[in-house]
Design a protein around this ligand. Structure first.
Ligand code: A2P
Length: 276
């Protein structure tokens, strides 16, 4: 007997018949624990850059197995992009990691989330703090012209254990800086308006350390030639593991920034990245 693919024929057929089925148009693997993929976008789906939706596959019990995923593509894109971890024993990602072009996934077209411009009051600088796949909502926001219209400067930090885990974010920032429309918005003379600050914590790289540590010891600000966080000028969005989010939240609150929400915008917003 040949080994069955984790996305079994029966499941694939079930998914394809679901009214929420979308077709996978591209898949790219970055490391043995990270991949991104693109799917068709339902014509009716409108979302704000930074929001998430529920996506999944049909479980072996015939019930959909769904998880929250940040949409990594901007709201003007005709397809949807997602950036995911692969967890060997993760109920969904152990199977999702095997999807291929032409396969179907289930996507509930009900976007929600707090990492949106509406949840922040106006400011001068926007800080996007991420670890691991927490970069995904920022991949959406960084491709949205509104982000550069609203702020004089946008700084995105990405902390991963190893250098290869930074690839998705690094390429995304490079693509923004070379995109004609976004280049114009950022300003040809002023491409520094978008600042990328990658760090690693385990593998050697030009900048090492947890971003929380680099905030505390002031290195982040001295490296960038910027003043410390100030509620009068700085806004922040945070996306990473629970522990990371809690630590950054404490630092932001210490600096005098308040947490905002869609119904009550303030100086920073937080959301947990997909954890498995
Ligand atoms: P570290 O290697 O020191 O744990 P993970 O893969 O565990 O989600 O971690 C992704 C990245 O986030 C790693 O570089 C990790 O650093 C960092 N990280 C994890 N927890 C925190 C935290 N509480 N504060 C700051 N950075 C963190």
């Amino acid at each position: 007997m040949t080994e069955q693919s984790p996305v079994t024929q029966t499941n694939a057929t079930h998914v394809a018949k679901s009214p929420d089925a979308q077709v996978v148009t591209a898949v790219r693997h970055y490391t043995d624990s990270l991949f991104s993929f693109r799917v068709t976008r339902p014509a009716s789906l409108r979302f704000r850059s930074g929001e998430f939706v529920m996506i999944g596959l049909m479980g072996d019990n015939g019930k959909p197995l769904m998880r929250a995923y940040s949409i990594a593509s901007p709201n003007w894109d005709e397809e949807l992009e997602f950036y995911s971890i692969k967890v060997a024993d993760g109920p969904l990602t152990s199977r999702l990691q095997h999807i291929q072009e032409g396969d179907h996934i289930i996507l509930r077209p009900k976007p929600v989330g707090t990492l949106v411009h509406d949840a922040l009051v106006p400011g001068k600088r926007l800080w996007l703090f991420s670890t691991g796949t927490g970069f995904a909502p920022f991949a959406s926001l960084l491709r949205d012209p509104e982000t550069f219209e609203k702020f004089e400067q946008v700084i995105v930090t990405h902390t991963c254990r190893d250098v290869a885990e930074l690839t998705y974010g690094r390429e995304l920032v490079e693509s923004v800086k070379s995109d004609e429309m976004l280049r114009e918005l950022i300003g040809e003379e002023n491409l520094d308006k978008l600042v990328y600050y990658p760090t690693t914590t385990r593998e050697e790289s030009p900048k090492m350390g947890r971003i929380t540590h680099l905030i505390e010891n002031g290195e982040l600000f001295s490296d960038l030639g910027l003043p410390p966080l100030d509620p009068a000028t700085d806004r922040a969005m945070v996306c990473g593991s629970l522990a990371f989010n809690l630590d950054i939240k404490a630092l932001l609150e210490q600096a005098g920034l308040r947490e905002g929400a869609n119904s009550d915008p303030a100086e920073f917003v937080i959301e947990k990245a997909f954890v498995g």
